[in-house]
Write a protein that binds this ligand. Sequence first.
Ligand code: HEM
Length: 191
Amino acid sequence: MTESIPGYDYGSERAAHSPVTLTELRHLEQTVGWTEDDARRLRSAARTLVPQAERMVDEWRAAIGRQPHLAAWFLKPDGAPDEAYKAAIKRRFVQWVSDLCLRPHDQDWLNYQEEIGLRHTPAKKNQTDGGETPPLVPLRYTIAFASVVITSLQKFLPDDDELESIEAAWTRAVLLSVALWSRPHTSAGLW
Ligand code: HEM
């Protein structure tokens, strides 16, 4: 159950309150092309994707691990990977696959996107798990890594008529999320 994932504060008062309004969220959804059909497609794809979520995260983690300039954000001051930190984050990352497919885009969802954004910045990185890793995941890498998260999806879905439309929905959902996560990285008024 999600309540038992340490540091997973979705829908709780511990999560940040997003300064983004629901109207701004709807505008961003329109901009990325998100529709109710996308929401329906991801809800239905969740049946296939959620049971594979851990494998998906393992694949993304492996891609990070192969690139020292990305793995750097998971290292302790002595230069060794912080395995406890990585394991704690992984459970919430696996949960994110389910949330991306199933959660409605309401205030709680918006708030948790702000929280995830903050957890990639000095405001909250390391705080949840008591890590001593570098204090920032630079925004450019989160944006660029979206490409990996988007293009790897097809490996986890059957090659049928639905594939293309699910991939399009997933792409829009990931880009919408990253757009919201970018907010805490920007100066006031520039987001
Ligand atoms: C589109 C790309 C990315 C996605 C979908 C993503 C997703 C996530 C999620 C869901 C979490 C956990 C949030 C929670 O605590 O509930 C997280 C945390 C984290 N991510 Fe990312 N991430 C992305 C890019 C990156 C990149 C490129 C790096 C570094 C190489 C990175 C490093 C981290 C770290 C270190 C944390 C833990 C932060 C902390 O709480 O201390 N992420 N990410």
